[in-house]
Ligand binder design. Sequence first.
Ligand code: GLY
Ligand code: MN
Ligand code: MN
Length: 440
Amino acid sequence: MFSPNLPIPGTMRTKIPSAGLFTAHRQNLCALLAPRAIAIIHSNDMQVTNADAFQPFKQSSDLFYLTGVAQEETVLVLFPDAREPEDREILFVRESNDHLAVWEGAKLSKEQATGRTGITRIEWVADFNSILSRLMPQADLVYLSTNEHPRGDLSYGTRSLRFARECQSIFPLHTYRRLSPLIYGLRSIKSEEEIEFTRIACDITEAGFRRVLGFVKPGVGEWEVEAEFIHEFIKRGSRGFAYAPIIAGGRNACVLHYIPNDQPLKDGDLLLLDVAAEYGGWNSDMTRTIPVSGKFTPRQKEVYNAVLRMVRYADSILRPGVFIADFQKQVIAQMDKELIGLGLYTAEEAAAAPKDKPLVKKYYMHGTSHHLGLDVHDVSPANQAVAPGMIFTIEPGIYIPEECMGVRLENDYLIGETENIDLMASIPIEADEIEALMAS
Ligand code: GLY
Ligand code: MN
Ligand code: MN
């Protein structure tokens, strides 16, 4: 059932991605840079919570993609046309000291940084400005990375954004270019090793879900279900949830981003589980909806099977060459038919509804698919068609607050040349299989 590449219990928490993976990513990016260009990619900041505490560190996904380094105060400089070979690729990392070694554990040594990344020249980040001053006169163009996710909070002050302003004020006559269109294009097509890490994340998610199928019953708390998942994820080498888990009984499932997970589960209700594991930095993203009692009512099964048909339909049309906006329109048109079939409104009512307020949106109000990778809502270049090697979720849902139920199903798909590969194919999804497993 599980991937042969899962770490052997008790020997290793998480497989380390190969330095060759990150070397290939850098080579692919360098091939896209204009002549005499330098690319500078910064880590994220540490984020304060309160008092003397910090949030767990989350690396810039662009920097992680190119280096595999998950350490703060890291900068990558790529300058393929630099005259001196040793100036063509430099990684700057934070120098360790005795205090850090005692309180947090030592930072990467230069040798460790080379081993992790495949980059020969490692410098201390304290020397970044002086080395940059020497390199900039050799460059004509400067590529900088910024967050260009269409729903990102772009006002958020990142280290990359601060550096972009600082660099342009010190070197105003260089030509500046956006790195995002280039690196987002690369990040959207997954390599074999990235796919393997995603598969493991999916397998760990499967283990969590199977555990929960044997745990859920009336009277159990949503938070207890969350605890079952995280136990299984951590035990299997994940660092944790890929995103804040949504464990929503009954009507709570109609709150799309429900995260309190603090209500007891009631007999007769459905339970929506949008919960998944990360592994080694790559994410999975799964949703299942199960009956709290272990058995669907006829009406619940009717709605459930409509959503399952939508999963299959979306899988059949999410194919190379399609644009997500067009795909979404087709899904909505099909969903409209399903909702009419469920008696939620009639074809006449649908036809009479204002064009900007279609009735289908009352019961299905979110997107069907997003890229998945180092970010759960992963990046891609604007207006790029679906292509082989991309990984997408498919996640239709039907939300009926007046019937106190929401049903969503979500699997992760690798787009293949001739067909999509369902990375969650072994995670139970048929209503009968869910019932059988909950009864056993
Ligand atoms: N769990 C986040 C999403 O499904 O997009
Ligand atoms: Mn999703
Ligand atoms: Mn999800």
